[in-house]
Design a binder for this molecule. Sequence first.
Ligand code: HEM
Length: 335
Amino acid sequence: MAMKLSTRAIVVSLCLVLVFFAGQSAAAHGDRGKKGTVGDKVYQIVAKEIRDNSGVGPALIRLLFHDCWVNGCDGSVLLDRKPYGSKTEKQAENNIGLDGFDVIDKIKAKLGDNVSCADIVVLAAREATFIVSREKIDYPVKTGRMDGVVSSAEAADRFLPPSTFDFEQLKANFDVKKFNTKELVALSGAHAIGVAHKSSFADRIDDSTATPISLDYMNALKKDDKPIQPNNIRDKELAFRNASGYDPTGVDTTDMGKGVLDNSYYHANLQNTVLFRSDWELRNDTSGDAGGIMETFKEDAKEWYRQFGDAMAKLSKLPAEGTRFEIRKNCRKTN
Ligand code: HEM
């Protein structure tokens, strides 16, 4: 009898756990605007933080890629240190300039102990994408992820692609995660926003290492010589754009257009005015696939919005690969 009761209790508890996660999943999808829900709370905080600092949008979108690409979406990119001392993902070379951690902390403080940091990264990126694309890109995500307890700089540098990769290396890197050429090209469109340190594009403005780049753009970058540059030439001042011979046809270069996540990356790439070698390399796919896809995304913004949203949703689903999980109380350290 006691045995029967405890079996029943276990079944009931399991059902409760399932209902809890099912409830969470449903709650996070399409909840923007529904006061008091997890989805809306995340939206409100992300919207405010972006209003206060336009760099927050790009930072949160990049954070999703850098978390999920390394051992799946497990919040491991947020950890400051691990018990046995070696460097965490944050200290990886490929994580230069990674930001948005304070915004994740603010969301965690609002949501409390029941929502994992891994879920917060996913939800924050979704809201940032929605806002920064002027509400053009929206995609469904579920919650119920758990936080990992391992974070390794070595793993981040092994799995994340550096800006110096050629097309074959990019393709192989995305193949590992089962992302195809279309998804690689679609996600690279995120470089329509945000900024980069000079070290990330130094090879492009050095005559001895430069991959094809508009000569005028290269010279304008050399002359400008700021340590941090916008990823997208659209976001540079008019004089710089003119000096680069940039053709803005089809791109919103007004103040309203600056910093917007749109298809302007493909306009820039097809003019050889992108910062990273990895961007330009999309033109170097000998099969012609990537080049053709870029033409399509340049001409058909709606198609890119759709493909980018689908790829971000897929990114958000990359399963955590660890063996020990928890829901962290503080996103920066294990419990
Ligand atoms: C395809 C391979 C990729 C490479 C090689 C790459 C490389 C880089 C590099 C080097 C930076 C500048 C870092 C710095 O110097 O501060 C950067 C910035 C950025 N990347 Fe990527 N990236 C790739 C894919 C992606 C993907 C898939 C996404 C998002 C879905 C993304 C989103 C961003 C964003 C938004 C920024 C600007 C961040 C900010 O301003 O805070 N990137 N990327």
